[in-house]
Ligand binder design. Structure first.
Ligand code: GLC
Ligand code: CA
Length: 567
């Protein structure tokens, strides 16, 4: 098979959540024309690779991850013509575009599923996973005890029949039956359609889950109060998955100069990830893991108080190192702090009080650690978690909604639930992009369902930051330009990586070294000053997020102070 030209090796990626990026027609929902109108901004910023979250026809039960027609742009976002224009305009600016391809499930409103329901004998029925329920004490119960990601059984009953269909996400997202070769061909055909249209690649959604445990027997994992067992191993990274992906590669991916980035989530080890993305033997180009996104104890932190949520710098170092060690030589790696499924990184690892300093520090780690960096829209201006005051405000996420219902039944107070959601909900990252300081932030003339974070009125917006050369936004631009310089990129991507002050629990510091040249990053990840025993010698300060050095010299780092040095 022909070896790919790995053009993404020098790319800086940018993730767009289309519903809240830019509205062009005043209906309060972001759209493709809106994205096109902001391409000049993205080009100015210096990013050259987009991942746009799903834009295809969808009843929006899970905000577009429930696709009802893969070949039609969601009318909420515009038309197929608008998409072609977006592609053309992006390419004209040297920006490549990846679409988010949902291939584990469709919407229940997809014509395949509708036909499958109507006609149990249809071919479409075999595209999904239907099983007969079991009889227990004279009652019909689901085929097994598996629990899905959105806090329900993975099974829903089909009307009054004895049949159930499987869905590991919401009831409106039936899983596709990848074991069926005919279904696989249907999926490949959709992929070819977009590649032929000029799309540069795919972010492959929920990729880890395509293959299910074939016996569909009960899990032995502990049962919840409804009798369901949460055991993702039944539908994650199963051996058959790799066969499907090899075929996908052979039939489609290898025939185009495209980038394929899989979302494989929390269950994967660095070694395991190589089965997906090894440059020689893998079937796709890189995989996203979640290991660096939750190193502060916020995940599942319902019973924890705010004071217990603290960046675990040691865990971050361990995770970075672990992934680098196992993968750097054999696979490309993506690196991100935030996406549409996580709370804002500024609220996770930074600080509202030190917005500019901590935002700059985080941008430096993101851009100079290793791998292909992906910036989540709004992080470049320091957008932070929302200030909503009740659980209902987070119900735009079906997962949250189901979870809250459960927590209420478990007797949690409204206050605790709200606080938890403000800390962890993915709605935090789904508020409108803050373009300016007008009431709707320049996003639209109309309020979006997830109200804006009001700090756009206090200067956290693109327009204000553009006026201030010392802003986070200008810093991002400068840092991106630096990262894209060949010698810097070569060091980051191919240099030996070594951590400094490894036992220091507050400071993240590392060196890339190659052909006698060094790039050193030192970052205080705390909101208090930290002293270092020594400070490395260098030729030049390439980036620094403060003016001048601290009184005690460089051996003392101010809150969130960070340096990028050339040595
Ligand atoms: C992925 C998406 C997430 C979605 C889920 C189901 O994890 O990133 O937003 O809810 O898949 O499609
Ligand atoms: Ca619109």
């Amino acid at each position: 098979m022909k070896k790919k030209n790995r053009w993404w090796d020098r790319s800086v990626g940018y993730i767009i959540y289309p519903s809240t990026f830019q509205d062009s027609n005043g209906d309060g929902i972001g759209d493709l024309k809106g994205i096109t109108s902001r391409l000049d901004y993205l080009h100015w910023l210096g990013v050259d690779l987009l991942w746009i979250c799903p834009i295809f026809a969808s009843p929006m039960d899970d905000n577009g991850y429930d696709v009802s027609d893969y070949k039609t742009i969601n009318p909420l976002f515009g038309s197929n013509e608008d998409f072609k224009t977006l592609l053309k305009e992006a390419h004209a600016r040297g920006i490549r575009v990846c679409v988010d391809f949902v291939l584990n499930h469709t919407s229940d409103e997809h014509p395949w599923f509708q036909k499958a329901l109507r006609d149990p004998k249809s071919e479409e029925r075999s595209y999904y996973i239907f099983k007969k329920g079991k009889k227990k004490d004279g009652q019909l119960v689901p085929p097994n005890n598996w629990k899905g990601f959105f806090n329900t059984s993975v099974w829903s009953r089909v009307g009054e029949s004895e049949d159930y269909y499987l869905h590991i996400f919401s009831v409106k997202m039936p899983d596709l039956n990848w074991e069926n070769p005919k279904l696989r061909q249907k999926i490949y055909e959709i992929a070819r359609h977009y590649l032929d249209l000029g799309v540069d690649g795919f972010r492959l959604d929920a990729l880890a889950h395509l293959a299910k445990e074939p016996s569909f027997r009960d899990s032995k994992a502990p049962l919840d109060e409804n009798g369901w067992a949460y055991d993702p191993s039944r539908f994650s990274n199963r051996p058959r998955l790799y066969d499907y992906l090899d075929e996908f590669k052979k039939e489609v991916l290898s025939k185009y100069p495209c980038l394929s980035v899989g979302e494989v989530g929390g269950g994967i080890s660095p070694k395991g990830s190589l089965r997906f993305s090894d440059r020689e033997k893998g079937s796709i180009d890189m995989v996203f893991n979640f290991d660096t996104a939750w190193c502060n104890g916020a995940f599942g932190s319902l019973d924890r108080d705010d004071a217990e949520i603290r960046t675990d710098v040691m865990a971050l170092k361990r995770n970075f190192l672990r992934w680098h060690k196992a993968c750097a030589k054999r696979s490309d790696l993506p690196f991100y702090w935030c996406n549409h499924d996580h709370p804002r990184v500024l609220s996770q690892y930074g600080s509202l009080q030190w917005r500019k300093e901590s935002g700059k520090m985080l941008s430096m780690i993101l851009l100079f650690l290793y791998g292909t960096p992906w910036i989540y829209n709004g992080d470049e201006i320091g957008m932070s978690n929302v200030d909503y005051d009740k659980p209902e405000d987070f119900f735009d996420d079906v997962g949250n909604k189901n979870h809250v219902m459960q927590l209420r039944r478990d007797g949690y107070s409204e206050e605790r639930i709200t606080n938890f959601l403000r800390r962890c909900s993915r709605v935090n990252a789904r508020t409108p992009m803050q373009w300016d300081g007008t009431p709707m932030g320049g996003f639209s003339d109309k309020e979006y369902k997830n109200r804006m974070n009001r700090n756009h009125l206090e200067g956290v917006n693109v327009q204000e930051e553009l006026k201030d050369k010392d802003s986070l936004l200008w810093f991002f631009k400068k840092a991106i330009a630096l990262r894209k310089r060949k010698w810097v990129n070569d060091l980051v991507q191919r240099g030996g990586l070594r951590f400094l002050y490894r036992k220091n629990e507050d400071v993240m510091a590392f060196v890339h070294e190659r052909d006698g040249r060094k790039l050193i990053l030192i970052a205080n990840m705390r909101d208090f000053p930290v002293d270092l025993p020594s400070f490395p010698k260098s030729k030049k300060v390439l980036l620094h997020n403060y003016k001048g050095t601290a009184k005690q010299g460089r051996k003392s780092l101010r809150p969130f102070e960070a340096y990028l040095l050339e040595a």
